[in-house]
Design a protein around this ligand. Sequence first.
Ligand code: HEC
Length: 143
Amino acid sequence: MGTGMKWIATVLCALAFGAGSVTATIAAEGEEIDRHGMENDMPIPVDDAKALENGKERYGARCSYCHTPLGRGGSSSVCLACQKYKWGSKSSAIYATIAAGRPGTKMGAFATSLSQEEIVNIIAYIRTLQEKKIQDDLASAKQ
Ligand code: HEC
């Protein structure tokens, strides 16, 4: 019994060390993460907690039923959390997509039902969804 417990302790210890080194590797690789497609060429309140909260709320109310809460598919078949966009992923292009819609597709125009501020807040929130996907992909690549 005593030996068994020692063995378990050794395994737990190895796991703890293993987990520590995985975290370190992810952090080290974080320096080289490719964030192309996330460029903001107009002011987007990415560091403003209140704006992000509003963007999250508006996204949840107006966008997520087609784009899903994490922006990774759904009925839109579009991955907003990815970095490659068909219609352009610089903030000015996303703004145009949301405001004017993309005629001939199910992506409608929101210029009359969302304010300019709400649209930029939503774009700030979409940037957090992209960042979350980068981090999730890194974490699952390490498993
Ligand atoms: C009725 C479903 C629906 C709703 C609601 C909707 N979308 Fe879309 N959206 C789509 C579809 C479908 C596309 C793909 C259009 C195409 O075929 O290119 C799309 C495309 C987009 C794109 C372009 C993606 C690319 O690859 O260029 C963006 C950005 C986007 N939507 C953001 C939003 C935001 C933000 C909201 C909420 C304000 C929203 N959408 C609401 C269905 C929807």
